[in-house]
Ligand binder design. Sequence first.
Ligand code: NAD
Ligand code: MLT
Length: 528
Amino acid sequence: MAFNILISDPLSEEGIQPLRAAKDMNVVVETNLTPEQLGSKIGDFDALIVRSQTQVTRDIITKATKLKIIGRAGVGVDNIDLEAATEHGVIVVNAPDGNTNSAAEHTMAMIMSLARNIPQAYYSLKNQKWDRKKYVGVELKNKTLGIVGLGRIGAEVAYRAKGQRMNVVAYDPFLTEEKAEKMGIGYGTLEEVLQAADFITVHTPLLKETKHLINAEAFENMKEGVQIVNCARGGIIDEDALYEAILSKKVAGAGLDVFEEEPVYDHKLLELPEVIATPHLGASTVEAQESVAVDVSYDVVSFLTGGLAKNPVNLPSVPKEIMTRIEPYFNLAEKLGRFLTDLTEEVTEEITIYYSGELSELETAPLTRNTVKGILKRHLGEHVNDVNASFLAEKKGIRINEHKTTTTKGFTNLLTVEARTKSGTRQVSGTLLNGLGPRIVKVDDYIVDVTPEGHIVFIHHKDQPGAIGRVGSLLAEQDINIATMQVGRSNVGGDAIMMLTIDKQLEKEGLEQLQQLADIYDVTGIDL
Ligand code: NAD
Ligand code: MLT
């Protein structure tokens, strides 16, 4: 099967070699598309790769009926409607590490340029002025740098600023005293950091909570003559408030790589001599561009060919060593979900998944997603996938619970799925047998041993002589060969089950005929 991949923003040609080299990948590069042009094309593509220019809106995602993956060659995913992607089962991957260095170096370049007025002095000299007085700067040594957002880039900036012998103080909701100590930096609340700093640099994502995080009130809090840098995202600093703070001399300089709306050509901030700026160049180095394109290309190829993505944004990522241990259970989890949903005629209100034995020690969220996927597929079809399974279950009002226990009776690992409907609960348990693969080992209270594969007929009947024979004869009449048969009963003459695997599917009519036989309560055909 061939896959169509659209690259809609300029990417490093070296970086997309893994895509070009992969088998069955048809790569189309078309940049500068209008939203209308992108909307009319996107229906043909399995993957879309962007930087920050292409706006991947809900409208685009809705039109992208074949789309399976969106790759963002960079960190920020604020140009992608993640909610819409998740809802449509489209995985979004990014390249979070490839441009960290580049953005940190750009930030340092901004701080140093601000401190020494390098852009302004250069511009003046180019205009044939030799002005040594006007451009007297300040040293960084012993000045305090306040970092807001100490993630990948913030931390790299901290290390570099320490190299300049600056005092570094940071605010990040996840920054602990222990981590700050280890890095040799100070920490405080946002207010404390803003108050202490001679230079401030922001490195948060742009979120609802960080939009205008640095606003008029925040500027009030700062030292007179503070200098501020934004190489993260336009909108973290309120541009109107910054403009006023520069006019009032509260802020002596600002270095901006990003703007609330991009591209910008004639912004009022650009008219102020205190403002130096670059057109979103933080990640624009040869090394970073190659690195992010390579990372995202590998993820796209891996995902399209049935493998895992290393950097999913709308799916929690699981460390490789754990993934290797839980991956063998994916199929079992999905099959148990499918089995249970076929068995349960009524609307499922709640699903509980019990992980026992060695499974309970692992990260089980991906297994839960696979189980839920199996459950939902029966009614919602093949578009249910790992990305949207939990979202769709929530939308349908199905509660999902997980329980873990280290003990199991007789199995080293056991996965039990329970569905609660209005009339009660039903359960199915499965395990992975060493060297033998997956098995269904219990259905409700009945112990069985069935490979979850192919065509299964599940019969609930009365434990009476002849019941099994009648089923066998009827199937023989229909030319249906029984591959395996399991029986179980609660007590002699009481409730019993038969679980048959058969060589070809039993049509609706055949199931109805079985249902008519004496002592049969209920017959369900299950296809796994
Ligand atoms: P990251 O996820 O590693 O770090 C972000 C940090 O911000 C996290 O530690 C998080 O806890 C923190 N944070 C979140 N909300 C906060 C708040 N309210 N106050 C303080 N801290 C908060 O991300 P990163 O890779 O370091 O990237 C940082 C930013 O830089 C992102 O906005 C990214 O899009 C941007 N970026 C820009 C360029 C560029 O070209 N200019 C290049 C790369 C990244
Ligand atoms: C990012 O978030 O990675 C940067 O903004 C760089 C880019 O424009 O791709």
